[in-house]
Design a protein around this ligand. Structure first.
Ligand SMILES: Nc1ncnc2c1ncn2[C@@H]1O[C@H](COP(=O)(O)OP(=O)(O)OP(=O)(O)O)[C@@H](O)[C@H]1O
Ligand SMILES: [Mg+2]
Length: 287
């Protein structure tokens, strides 16, 4: 159970009849609803957003099927009463959060989804205040969501989905527009949520340092298909990342340099600059 793509193709209609853009092609993909931290990566236009927008029925496949929990989304789907249930279980933070916000105040915006999913006003408010605290946005609660900076809007959009506690979190570039500390804070929050609750997190990112530090599985898109699906070490410690048009995480570039040029012997089980510094301070072996 979880998410299961079977031969999914999506074509966006063009301006003229019979014209279309092929966005994803013959995708087969299975993601469990527990304990996964999957990063979806790949060049601009490779199909990442289109892929994840099928996971909660925002887009319907042109052909193929998408299984979500015990429900199957098919090309013929129209309005289906079960879709609301799926959306409650799969929280989605859009690539452009300004499209996601619409209430008068930030507080109302964060409360909107829980209210929509049947929580009582009091509970919805309590949850909204809790997540606002976690994300350090209490001072924004009475502002209009449209008068915020890009990074603040993103945090509000993230608060909006955390407020109803979905089983799977879909995050389309959640750190984009945040300052460096804000990025670390948000990623640490997702990591804690993942570790404490076993929820699956699916994250699109162009930041290979964050991907290498936090994800356990990487799905790399290239030219509308999945070019790689597997563990991060296999991808980045071989040349496979080059075939996927990706760059090597900084920490690995630095370890290569220290090992190859300066005679260090640092293990590749090092996932961040902080890890590397700790190893160096601890007297990493040096020939
Ligand atoms: N609404 C749309 N209408 C028509 N074509 C679209 C639409 N959205 C995306 N496309 C096209 O589908 C392809 C895949 O786009 P998609 O947004 O999924 O890429 P992406 O990997 O998320 O890129 P980015 O990293 O820039 O966000 C691209 O060729 C894009 O131009
Ligand atoms: Mg995108």
């Amino acid at each position: 159970m979880g998410i299961s793509f079977k031969e999914v193709t999506h074509k966006y209609p063009g301006l003229k009849r019979k014209q279309f853009t092929l966005a994803i092609k013959d995708i087969n993909l299975d993601i469990s609803d527990k304990n996964e931290f999957v990063a979806i990566v790949g060049k601009t236009g490779s199909g990442k957003t289109t892929l994840v927008e099928h996971m909660n029925g925002l887009l319907l496949p042109t052909s193929g099927t998408v299984g979500v929990f015990d429900y199957v989304i098919t090309p013929k789907e129209r309005k289906n009463p079960k879709m609301n249930k799926i959306r409650k279980r799969i929280g989605f933070v859009f690539q452009f959060p300004e499209y996601q916000l619409f209430e008068e105040t930030v507080l109302k915006d964060i409360m909107f989804a829980p209210l929509n999913f049947g929580f009582k006003e009091e509970d919805a408010k309590k949850r909204a205040l809790e997540v606002a605290k976690k994300l350090h946005i209490e001072d924004l609660l009475n502002k209009s969501p449209f008068n915020l900076s890009g990074g603040q809007m993103r945090k509000v959009a993230i608060a909006g989905i955390l407020s109803y506690d979905p089983d799977i979190l879909l995050l389309d570039e959640p750190t984009r527009g945040l300052d460096p500390l804000g990025q670390v804070e948000i990623m640490e929050l997702f990591k804690t949520i993942q570790e404490e609750t076993g929820k699956t997190i699916i994250l699109i990112s162009h930041d290979m340092d964050l991907v290498y530090k936090y994800a356990t599985r990487v799905v790399a898109m290239k030219n509308q298909v999945i070019e790689y699906d597997g563990n991060k070490e296999d991808l980045f410690l071989s040349n496979k990342y080059l075939e996927c048009n990706l760059v090597k995480p900084n920490v690995l570039q630095l370890i290569d340099y220290l090992n190859d040029k300066l005679g260090y012997n640092i293990g590749y089980d090092t996932y961040s600059l902080e890890d590397l510094i700790k190893k160096l301070e601890g007297g990493a072996s040096h020939e």
